[in-house]
Design a protein around this ligand. Structure first.
Ligand SMILES: *Cc1c(COP(=O)(O)O)cnc(C)c1O
Length: 397
C-alpha cells in the first residue's frame, strides 16, 4: 500500500504503533490462539499470563495495582462504562422524577458528552461546566455546583482539541472531600504526563491504546479498588470477564500491545515531554512571526506539550487543510449532516464563530523533528497567505 508523503501532525487523533508494540503483539495473533478465560490448556494459560503481564504494565504506568485495570475497546467504551455504569448503580431507579446529579464540562470529548446527554434524557440532572476564555475547568467551578444528590463528576484531565489542562487533581480532591465519585477522561494525558494513583485522588480513569503509540480498539478503565460492581454496573453483560465490569473475550493481542505501549511511555515520557514542548513552541512562534492574526487557543492555560490549536484571521480551517496539502492535521470543526459547525470546545471558550471555523489543530508526536516543524511553518504560512489573498472572494474577510 502506498501512503501519502504528508508530514503527520495529527497525533491527538491517533498515533502510529511502535515497532516494539507490534512485535510483542504478533505471537498472540498467530501462535497463541488461546482464550484467556479458558485455562484448560496451555494456550489459554499463556494468553491469560500475557493479559496479566499487560495489566501490570498499564498499572505500573499509572502507579496503580494491576487488579484495578479493566480492559476495554478504547476510551469511548471506558467513558461509557464509567459514566453510565456509575449512573445506573448510584442513581435512583428508572421512573423516579430525580434520578441523581452529574457534573461534567462543556469541553469534554463526545465520548463523555453523549452518554451524559443520554442520561439527562433518562431523568438525570446534568451540569455542563463552562470554562472561561482560558479553557480551564477549575475545582472552584465543581465545588460551586456540588449538590447533596451529586453522584458523579466527570472532567477530562486534558483537552484533545486545545491541549488545555484542567484542574483534575484539585477537582478530584474536592470530590474526595464531598464523597462523590470522580471520573477523568485521561486519554490525552495518561502515557504522556505523570499519573500516580497512589496519591492522585481519582476514582475512575479512561485511557486508550492508539493515543499512546499502541494499537487501535483497545483501552482501559482504571477502577479504584474500593469500587465494586454494586457501585459501577457492567454495561455489556455476558461472560463475566474483568471482575464482572466488562464481559466479552479479551482482545489478547491488543491488550499485550497496550501493555507494551504503556511501558515504553512510562520510560520515555520524562524526556519526550520537554522535547515536544520545545517543538510546539517553535511551531507557534514560527507561525506567529511569519503571519499576523494568529491566535493560540488556550495560550493562557497550562497545556499539553504536543498539541496546538491555532486560529488564523480571515481564513477557514477546512479550506486551509485543502491548501496545506503536505501537512496532515485536523480542523477544529465537526461535520454534522452536511453542515460544518464550529468546535464545541472553542465555542465554550468564547472564541467567535468565524475564528473557531478558521482553526487548525496541529499535534506533534514521538517522531516529529525540528525539520518537520520548520517545513510545516513555511507550508502553512504560505497556505494562509494564499487563502487570505482570496478571502474577499470567499467571504472570509
Ligand atoms: C480519542 C479520544 C477519545 C476516544 O478514544 P477511543 O479509544 O478512540 O475510543 C476519548 N476522549 C479523548 C479525550 C480522546 O482524545
Amino acid at each position: 500500500m502506498e501512503f501519502e508523503s504528508q508530514i503527520y501532525m495529527d497525533h491527538a487523533a491517533s498515533t502510529p504503533c511502535e515497532g516494539r508494540v507490534v512485535e510483542a503483539m504478533l505471537p498472540y495473533l498467530t501462535q497463541c490462539p488461546g482464550n484467556p478465560s479458558n485455562r484448560n490448556h496451555r494456550f489459554g494459560w499463556q494468553a491469560a499470563q500475557a493479559v496479566e503481564r499487560a495489566r501490570e504494565q498499564v498499572g505500573a504506568m499509572l502507579g496503580a495495582d494491576a487488579g484495578t485495570i479493566v480492559f476495554t475497546s478504547g476510551s469511548t467504551e471506558s467513558n461509557n462504562l464509567a459514566i453510565k455504569g456509575s449512573a445506573s448503580a448510584l442513581g435512583k431507579p428508572i421512573g423516579e422524577a430525580r434520578r441523581g446529579h452529574i457534573i461534567t464540562s462543556a469541553t469534554e470529548h463526545k465520548a463523555v458528552l453523549d452518554p451524559c446527554q443520554s442520561l439527562s434524557r433518562e431523568g438525570f440532572d446534568v451540569t455542563f461546566l463552562e470554562p472561561g476564555a482560558d479553557g480551564v475547568i477549575k475545582a472552584e467551578m465543581v465545588k460551586n455546583e456540588l449538590r447533596h444528590d451529586t453522584i458523579l463528576v466527570s472532567v477530562m484531565w486534558a483537552n484533545n482539541e486545545t491541549g488545555v489542562i484542567n484542574e483534575a487533581l484539585e477537582i478530584g480532591e474536592v470530590c474526595r472531600e464531598a464523597c462523590v465519585s470522580f471520573h477523568t477522561d485521561a486519554t490525552q494525558w495518561a502515557g504522556k504526563m505523570r499519573v500516580d494513583l497512589r496519591t492522585d485522588p481519582v476514582v475512575l480513569l479512561s485511557l486508550s491504546g492508539h493515543k499512546i503509540y499502541g494499537p487501535k480498539g483497545v483501552g482501559a478503565l482504571y477502577i479504584r479498588d474500593c469500587v465494586q460492581t454494586r457501585d459501577l454496573r457492567c454495561q455489556n453483560e455476558g461472560g463475566g470477564q474483568e471482575r464482572g465490569f466488562r464481559a466479552g473475550t479479551l482482545n489478547v493481542a491488543g491488550i499485550v500491545g497496550l501493555g507494551e505501549a504503556c511501558e515504553i511511555c512510562q520510560n520515555v515520557m520524562e524526556d519526550e515531554a520537554p522535547k515536544l514542548e520545545a517543538l510546539r513552541d517553535r511551531l507557534e512562534k514560527g507561525l506567529s512571526a511569519k503571519l499576523d492574526g494568529v491566535h493560540v487557543n488556550g495560550a493562557d492555560a497550562r497545556r499539553l506539550p504536543h498539541t496546538s490549536s491555532l486560529s488564523f484571521d480571515h481564513t477557514d480551517g477546512e479550506a486551509l487543510m485543502m491548501v496545506a496539502t503536505d501537512i496532515a492535521c485536523s480542523a477544529a470543526s465537526a461535520c454534522s449532516s452536511m453542515a460544518i459547525t464550529p468546535s464545541h470546545v472553542l465555542t465554550a471558550m468564547g472564541v467567535p464563530e468565524d475564528l473557531a471555523l478558521a482553526t487548525l489543530r496541529l499535534s506533534l508526536g514521538r517522531s516529529t523533528t525540528a525539520a518537520d516543524v520548520d517545513y510545516a511553518i513555511e507550508h502553512i504560512a504560505t497556505a494562509v497567505k494564499n487563502l487570505r489573498a482570496l478571502a474577499p472572494m470567499l467571504g472570509l474577510a
